[in-house]
Design a binder for this molecule. Structure first.
Ligand code: FAD
Length: 209
């Protein structure tokens, strides 16, 4: 069950400032943010610089209008980041699924590794490789249990080199990803169809002139 806000505060207060903590929360994009074509780039440009400066590692998953983010770092740094994230009006329904002290980090990269959890954003190759994600789709992470959240983290931890994981940060917004994944494998088809459409338009114009 998700932790109530008061429980999160209490739990954070009980942890030493320098302890290494792992926090996982989920949220939903607001309608306005769903229409933004730069939402991922905007978040990434802040997160990349801030997280590196504060030694915060983790992963940011997006699918079906929902985010699931895992952040790891010193408690004081994670607390400060959580405050900023809670105040962010681009998302809503924020629920903390997991908050615990850990011996070591699960994610070694300070950049917010982006994992897209929508089948239509995947290439055919990715679909084959990403069978392990099927139990988590459609992606509706609100209300996930502690165990399910941990199992999910175990899965995405292994995705270092998967094509749908953008290890260098978030470079495509939702629209960009759609075009890349849908259009790219069908380039030849689209070129032929485009050419035929132009020829048809020319033929119709000539016919009726
Ligand atoms: P400011 O930059 O002053 O912004 C104040 C408010 O303005 C924000 O709360 C937001 O509501 C709004 N805002 C900011 N930029 C934009 C924009 N480009 N378009 C529209 N509205 C905007 N930040 C990190 O540093 N690390 C992370 O790991 C991280 N993960 C995030 C994950 C999610 C799902 C979301 C939605 C945001 C994340 N952020 C992250 C961003 C974070 O919430 C703050 O917006 C950011 O840290 C800047 O905080 P600030 O106090 O400097 O606010």
């Amino acid at each position: 069950m998700p932790l109530a806000h008061a429980d999160v505060v209490t739990k954070l207060n009980q942890i030493a400032d320098t302890a290494l903590v792992q926090l996982v929360y989920v949220s939903s994009l607001t309608l306005r943010s769903r229409l933004s074509t730069t939402i991922f780039e905007d978040i990434e440009s802040k997160a990349r610089e801030y997280n590196e400066r504060n030694f915060i590692t983790g992963a940011l998953c997006y699918g079906n209008g929902h985010f699931l983010q895992c952040v790891e770092g010193e408690k004081s740094k994670v607390s400060a980041l959580l405050e900023r994230i809670l105040a962010d009006e681009r998302h809503q329904n924020i629920e903390v699924l997991l908050l615990q002290t850990v011996e070591q980090r699960s994610f070694t990269d300070w950049r917010m590794r982006m994992v897209f959890l929508e089948r239509w954003l995947w290439s055919p190759a990715t679909k084959q490789q990403a069978d392990q994600l099927s139990p988590y789709l459609p992606f509706v992470p609100h209300g996930w249990s502690f165990e399910r959240t941990e199992q999910f983290l175990e899965v995405i931890k292994t995705f270092e080199n998967h094509p749908h994981v953008n290890a260098t940060g978030i470079t495509y917004n939702a629209l960009g990803n759609m075009v890349r994944h849908i259009a790219a494998p069908h380039q030849a088809f689209l070129v032929v169809q485009g050419s035929l459409s132009v020829l048809l338009a020319v033929a119709l114009v000539l016919l009726f002139l």
